[in-house]
Design a protein. Structure first.
Length: 277
């Protein structure tokens, strides 16, 4: 691994999703090594450990742009909880003002930072499909699909604790209908006044404590089916509240705002020993 070590980084947490964030305006990691670097530093117990890695770079179209890698080294278009963490990092490190714009593979994201609370305007949801009947894990399921920067399935359930998120999530994530890219999978209990959500994340290949694009997908589907109204309040597996607000009556059109916390956990330096396999 050829990189300019040691590399300063911040460990950040957005509603239970944890990330490594690096100011990469001055290149530190060769482009051809970024995926491998992400996989190595995101390993839990052996390195820093995280759901993903963000590298912040200069942009000709916004305050900055990111390169976002999942824990398995795959590069992804969008991450809602990560976007809030990145916005707070950028503000605290002088990359941008409290109101900012940054470039992602999913498009330009607008964000505003108010202490530890960050609001981002998501890219417009698209490809909404309701009431899809599929078979997985030996049963028939009614699922709903929407792209909120990355593809998501939403499955409603009345007993969220009983769901085999790892087993069923893996089966749905790799279902042939959603090949070759696959999909993230969200299990949602409508509850009373707030949606409870658990997410199996593509690229992490496990349940995570939260997922911002997943929360947005759940809100889009719930409002589209008349099961909730904007603003939609959600509780993540980590117990952290998020809110999703739509600018119009159609949740799959117009602006979507995702609001929630973004916390700095610690600062550190990555040494060569963090990359040992």
């Amino acid at each position: 691994m050829h990189a300019n070590l040691p590399i300063p980084f911040w460990k950040m947490n957005g509603a239970g999703n944890d990330f490594i964030v690096i100011d990469h305006r001055k290149p530190l990691i060769p482009v051809e090594r970024m995926a491998e670097f992400a996989r190595l530093v995101c390993r839990r117990k052996f390195s820093v450990g995280a759901d993903g890695l963000f590298l912040l770079e200069p942009s000709q179209h916004a305050d900055f742009r990111w390169r976002f890698f999942n824990a398995d080294g795959s590069e992804a278009e969008m991450c809602g909880n990560g976007a809030r963490c990145v916005a707070r990092f950028a503000y605290m490190n002088g990359l941008a003002a409290a109101r900012m714009r940054f470039e992602t593979l999913a498009g330009i994201i607008d964000a505003s930072v108010a202490d530890t609370q960050v609001t981002i305007r998501m890219t417009a949801p698209h490809s909404l499909q309701l009431d899809i009947e599929i078979e997985a894990a030996g049963q028939r399921w009614t699922v709903h699909s929407v792209n909120t920067g990355v593809p998501h399935l939403v499955v409603f359930t009345e007993d969220l604790d009983a769901v085999d998120v790892a087993g069923l999530g893996r089966a749905l994530r790799r279902h042939p209908r959603f090949a070759p890219a696959g999909t993230n999978v969200n299990f949602v209990d409508l509850g009373a006044g707030s949606l409870a959500i658990r997410t199996y994340e593509r690229g992490v290949e496990a349940e995570t404590m939260a997922c911002g694009t997943g929360a947005t997908a759940a809100a889009v589907v719930a409002v589209a089916k008349g099961l909730a109204a904007s603003p939609v309040h959600l509780t993540t597996r980590g117990g952290v509240p998020l809110s999703v607000q739509f600018s119009g009556d159609d949740p799959a059109a117009g602006h979507v705002l995702l609001r929630g916390p973004a916390h700095l956990v610690y600062r550190g330096e990555l040494t060569a020993e963090a990359l040992i396999e």
